[in-house]
Write a protein that binds this ligand. Structure first.
Ligand SMILES: O=c1nc[nH]c2c1ncn2[C@H]1C[C@H](O)[C@@H](COP(=O)(O)OP(=O)(O)OP(=O)(O)O)O1
Ligand SMILES: [Mg+2]
Length: 203
């Protein structure tokens, strides 16, 4: 059985990884399957550093190949905020609705053409005994003035996707997983993934 372990406690991310991997016969496990595993502290200063922190912590604990995902929203009018602080933008404990409210209030009065933003996803691959490496992907869009749609997670209801003409939260998971920052990052792993998985299976 081919299996990948994703170092995340976020159910929205977990669903997307399952959706992307399961058609290829790959079983996804996340930290939601290991509830006793403590949340990894995100002390890095970049998405890449934090993705590596997550992947390595879990890889060392389980002695297996693990993928870490650190992602977030970068808004041009806010000089790239919330960035690596996206999950805890409105404080701890993290709360998607409060984070959206904070972003919308900071953008009050900013016209549509200046509300450009992008989602960013860094994926780190940690293999026992090897140096971790990262790939990244982005997805360009614009911040809406109010929420639209109920799919997805996080900032999806206020992230307008120009090429689709709807909010990310109005896309089906099939559609989101073709264009998202996470899908774009995963695509860069694609060629490597089979050989990594085969090696992981043998070990
Ligand atoms: O596709 C997405 N659609 C909407 N929002 C998204 C997306 N991707 C990341 N985001 C937001 C959610 C959260 O505010 C932050 C991720 O923070 P991040 O630390 O990477 O994840 P997390 O703390 O929720 O779970 P974990 O660290 O266990 O993987 O960016
Ligand atoms: Mg986190």
């Amino acid at each position: 059985m081919k299996e990948v372990i994703i170092a995340t406690k976020n159910p929205g991310k977990a669903r997307e990884f399952e959706h992307i991997f399961s058609p290829r016969g790959i079983v996804v496990k996340t930290l939601l399957d290991f509830p006793e595993f403590p949340e990894v502290e995100e002390t890095g200063t970049t998405f890449e550093e934090n993705a590596i922190l997550k992947a390595e912590a879990v890889s060392k604990a389980l002695n297996k190949m693990v993928i870490g995902d650190d992602s977030g929203l970068m808004i041009d009018a806010l000089e790239g905020r919330p960035g690596i602080y996206s999950a805890r933008y409105a404080g701890e404990p993290k709360n998607d609705e409060n984070n959206i409210d904070k972003v919308l209030s900071e953008l009050t009065g900013v016209p549509a053409e200046k509300r450009t933003a992008r989602f960013y996803c860094a994926l780190a691959v940690a293999v026992p005994g090897q140096e971790a490496f990262t790939v990244s992907g982005t997805c360009e869009g614009r911040i809406l003035e109010e929420r639209r749609g109920t799919n997805g997670f996080g900032y999806d209801p206020v992230f307008f996707v120009p090429e689709k003409g709807v909010a990310m939260a109005e896309l089906s998971s099939d559609e989101k997983n073709k264009i998202s920052h996470r899908a774009n990052a995963l695509m860069k792993l694609d060629e490597m993934l089979d050989s990594l998985l085969e090696r992981a299976e043998r070990s």
